[in-house]
Ligand binder design. Structure first.
Ligand code: FE
Length: 428
């Protein structure tokens, strides 16, 4: 293994990721530490301990070996191993109290940092420390959407006035497609097994929207009785809609003739220029059928994000190679902004906000790329192939260090609790 990240910057990332977990969980007390038993959330008390356990398992206990060392917390594997502890049992485990859970996490983190300093040449340790950072970042986003699900206040400030909200660019960009290398190239730093490796795909010419579908556009679908008209829904989508009794996106609230939207613990008028959010794959598909559009495939999405006709190659981010700044994308904030904001983050193709603001559903199922080889953290991708849909980009709640054009997120098509919207393509 080659050194992926310098130990000093890894140390900063480990500390920053933990600080983020704290920001998102520090005010949870009493009953909120367990919360209601729902399939789409974890009990926060469990999740805080699980993040520490994961870091200890990979960075201190040599979890990939046949005989991992003991945890510093007796019985930790029976509590926190997400692959073995069934989801609905996590509320009734004999979990340590919050103070002891946080102390366990602090001790693990201190020892990981000490180990990184002691073994600055150990590429394996660096790999697993980076894995632990990203794992904790993903759980931070999960804490964030759990807070939306349960109606808790948003602990992060609303995004600062975004750079240059000119009018949202309208319409589609027309892209020639052709031969494209989908996925990550070797040597591009830490990537997950599901991104490996770049492989040729053929993309037909296509037209993709410059911006994500807005609340105002989605409202047209709702007001056209979109949730009551069978013809716009697939069979699976209609079954979901009927079972959920959905009449509008999950957090929309009708008040007289106006539409409001709940965000965390507050209800405010629906922001017409913001992206539609908290819609699932079925709702995105139904909107597309209503609008005479379709979802992009993940190959089309990645091509629109990464390909530059100017230099004839793929780039790490829509805007090029520079690490994300506050001007490029709405990341690490407390909420979405208008779809026209962040023009500095446009892709070479001319699409806006491909990264940040809201995750974007794609048409594609989550499948392994050709030649897939499983990485040491075996439960990351493989258990979910075949049942999940791919989302691309990132949301306002994603960390800057996690984003890149080749990153694949994945959820089941019924999930509307996550920070996801979508953009559309013209029909082929
Ligand atoms: Fe986890």
């Amino acid at each position: 293994m080659t050194v992926l990240v310098e130990p000093a910057s890894l140390e900063r990332e480990l500390l920053a990721s933990r600080a983020r977990t704290l920001r998102l969980t520090a005010d949870l007390k009493g009953r909120r530490l367990l919360g209601p038993m729902l399939a789409i959330v974890n009990p926060p008390l469990w999740e805080i301990g699980h993040v520490a356990w994961f870091q200890e398992w990979w960075c201190l206990r040599d979890g990939a070996s046949r005989a991992p060392a003991d945890s510093m917390l007796a019985g930790a594997d029976r509590l926190y191993d997400s692959a073995k502890v069934a989801h609905d049992t996590r509320w009734s485990l004999p979990l340590p109290a919050i103070e002891a859970t946080r102390t366990y996490g602090e001790e693990v983190l201190e020892r990981v940092i000490a180990r990184l300093r002691r073994m600055p040449e150990d590429a394996g340790l660096q790999y697993f420390a980076q894995l632990a950072v990203f794992h904790e970042d993903m759980h931070a986003e999960a804490f964030h959407y759990t807070r939306q699900t349960l109606g808790y206040p948003d602990p992060l400030p609303a995004p600062a006035a975004p750079p240059a909200i000119a009018e949202a660019p309208r319409g589609d960009v027309e892209l020639p497609g052709g031969a494209f290398e989908l996925g990550a190239f070797p040597g591009s730093g830490f990537v997950f097994d599901n991104e490996k490796w770049a492989h040729p795909v053929q993309i037909a010419p296509f037209r993709i929207a410059r911006v994500a579908v807005s609340n105002g556009e989605f409202l047209e679908f709702v007001e056209a009785a979109g949730y009551r008209r069978r013809e716009w829904w697939s069979e699976a989508g209609w079954a979901w809609r009927a079972g959920a009794g959905a009449q509008a996106p999950r957090y929309w609230v009708r008040e007289g003739t106006a539409w409001l939207q709940r965000r965390f613990d507050k209800v405010a008028p629906l922001a017409a220029g913001h992206p539609v959010i908290h819609v699932n794959w079925h709702e995105a598909q139904a909107y597309c059928r209503f609008a005479g559009r379709r979802l992009p495939t993940e190959a089309e999405w990645e091509y629109a994000a990464a390909w530059s006709a100017r230099d004839g190659r793929k780039h790490r981010y829509p805007w090029g190679e520079t690490t994300p700044t506050a001007a490029h994308a709405n990341l690490e904030s407390g909420g979405p902004v208008a779809v026209g904001a962040y023009g500095d983050g446009d892709s070479a193709a001319g699409c806006r906000q491909l990264i940040g603001n809201v995750w974007e559903w794609t048409e594609s199922g989550f499948d392994p790329y050709p030649g897939f080889e499983i990485d040491p953290y075996q439960e990351y991708s493989q258990p979910w192939f075949g049942t999940h849909k791919v989302l691309r980009g990132a949301s306002f709640a994603t960390t800057r260090r996690l984003v890149r054009n080749t990153f694949r997120n994945f959820y089941t098509p019924d999930r509307n609790d996550i920070f996801a919207g979508f953009r559309t393509c013209a029909l082929r």
